[in-house]
Ligand binder design. Structure first.
Ligand SMILES: Nc1ncnc2c1ncn2[C@@H]1O[C@H](COP(=O)(O)OP(=O)(O)OP(=O)(O)O)[C@@H](O)[C@H]1O
Length: 283
């Protein structure tokens, strides 16, 4: 089901929650970003796309202050992400939730213990029972059954591990959520369900979501705007209908190639009440 795009704020109401200006990231001779600019608005789901190796994850890590860029300015929730001040770094960490590509759960801890890790760190005085209840709440919010709480990550399916990672990302009620290819490796039905979960949580909790994906279905189904990375920059950031019109060769191939056509056909079938999403990810 495609959820209508109804929440994009008008330009006057927009609040920039992440601002990136003139970003440069280099690894030795390799220049990954060269003067990249991007704004993320409060309350939107921003899809971030680009060919493999264009620097989507490096951009995310730079915003999260996990990597110090070579040049440029990044402001996250009013704080300079390049700041060395531990208070600033903590502010970013405290207000952001991250679902890494592989879930990044501690393999020796149960799902419940994984979700409790950030709670223990930020609220050391919290009672065990309250921490347990909060972990249970996040696990249920993420669409897992209560008995998943006591399971190890290895005892879960790939889709359940993603949900467990999401539960941990939401542990501290962050206003800003980062998702790195959340539907990669999921079957089409699982991927569609995960998309809907993200949209539902985003609306219910008022989240801003920065979502790296290759999955065209996700872009169509839940993203308010799409940022396209190419040539070491964000070459466009706009709603889907606009980025589909880009002339750039990679963007044209991505939005009009065989997988895009398959996604389009699947959406038409779905609109006619005629069958679920097809697999169009992993480009
Ligand atoms: N720590 C690092 N050391 C050296 N090179 C790195 C490092 N991290 C990333 N790179 C390089 O930076 C480039 C961008 O990497 P990044 O992981 O951000 O790409 P991506 O757009 O997320 O790709 P994909 O879609 O395949 O996940 C790649 O060429 C990668 O090899």
């Amino acid at each position: 089901m495609t959820i209508p795009d109804s929440r994009l704020p008008t330009p006057e109401d927009r609040e920039t929650i992440v601002s990136v200006r003139g970003l440069v990231n280099r690894f030795g001779e390799q220049v990954v970003h060269d003067g990249l600019d991007l704004d993320v608005y409060r309350g939107e789901i921003l899809g971030v796309v680009g060919g493999s190796g264009t620097g989507k994850s490096v951009l995310m890590r730079s915003i999260l202050a996990l990597r110090r860029p070579d040049e440029g300015r990044i402001e996250v929730l009013g704080v300079d992400a390049r700041s060395q001040d531990p208070q600033d770094r903590r502010h970013i960490e405290r207000n952001t939730g991250v679902l890494f590509q592989d879930g990044a759960l501690f393999s020796s801890l149960s799902v419940g213990e994984n979700v409790q890790v950030p709670l223990k760190e930020y609220y050391p005085g919290m009672t065990d029972s309250l921490r347990y209840e909060l972990a249970l709440l996040k696990v249920k919010l993420s669409g897992l059954p209560a008995d998943a709480l006591d399971k190890l990550p290895s005892q879960l399916s790939g889709g359940m591990r993603k949900r467990a990672g999401l539960a941990r990302a939401l542990a501290l009620d962050p206003p800003l959520l980062f998702l790195d290819e959340p539907t990669a490796g999921l079957d089409p039905i699982g991927a569609a369900a995960f998309d809907q979960l993200i949209r539902t949580l985003q609306q219910a909790l008022g989240l801003t979501v920065f979502l790296i994906t290759h999955d065209l279905d996700t872009l169509y189904a839940i993203c308010d705007r799409i940022a396209v990375l190419a040539d070491r920059k964000v070459i466009a950031v706009a709603p889907m209908a606009e980025v589909e019109q880009l002339e750039h060769p990679w963007a044209h191939e991505y939005f009009h190639g065989p997988r895009a056509r398959a996604a389009q056909e699947a959406r038409e079938r779905e609109a006619n009440g005629d069958g679920p999403r097809t697999q169009t990810q992993a480009m």
